[in-house]
Write a protein that binds this ligand. Structure first.
Ligand code: PNS
Length: 164
């Protein structure tokens, strides 16, 4: 058993696509900001997947939505998350879990990431009111004219309406 360490987990990352950020994401980011000295929200640059919002747009939206949390930093990354963590002194990955269905894949990724570099993943249950909210569902509903304002920060809701 490894020795307990104190104060080792001061910098955590909330990684994701954030296309676009939802109130579910903000719920997890805000709670992580209360637990860690520093939280980096890292947007994956995925050349194989064209998003609705550009990476710059997502970064700007996230920056606007997290302006009230001074210990939250917004960044983007490409390649392996574990390499990004190592290069930035990040010792914990925070993942929100909406439902049991999220768990299988998240567990696989968490164990792979720990196997690669030893970085730990902490799972944070999403608040129940956001348990069904995902970026993809929000985009789908909004595309057909549905009102998703209850699930998005106002600035993101406006950006989504403008986009569609
Ligand atoms: O919001 P998403 O799309 O569910 O986020 C998934 C993300 C970005 C966290 C995951 O795809 C990821 O970590 N990608 C980076 C590439 C990587 O490290 N892959 C190996 C995972 S074990």
């Amino acid at each position: 058993m490894s020795a307990p360490s104190t104060g080792g987990r001061t910098h955590a990352v909330c990684p994701g696509s954030f296309d676009p950020p939802t109130l579910g994401h903000l719920d997890v980011i805000g709670r992580a900001a209360g637990l860690f000295q520093r939280v980096t929200v890292a947007v994956l640059v995925n050349p194989d997947k064209q998003g609705l919002f550009t990476i710059d747009e997502r970064l700007r939206l996230l920056a606007a939505c997290t302006v009230g949390w001074p210990n939250v930093i917004i960044d983007s990354f490409s390649g392996l998350l574990v390499d990004y963590c190592r290069d930035n002194g990040i010792t914990a990955i925070i993942k929100g879990l909406r439902a049991v269905s999220d768990f299988d894949y998240e567990l696989q990724m968490a164990q792979m990431n720990t196997g690669l570099t030893g970085v730990d993943t902490l799972f944070m249950p999403t608040s129940p009111e956001f348990s069904f909210v995902s970026s993809s569902l929000v985009k789908q509903v909004a595309t057909y004219g549905g009102d998703v304002s209850a699930y998005l920060p106002p600035i993101v809701d406006q950006a989504l309406r403008a986009k569609l």
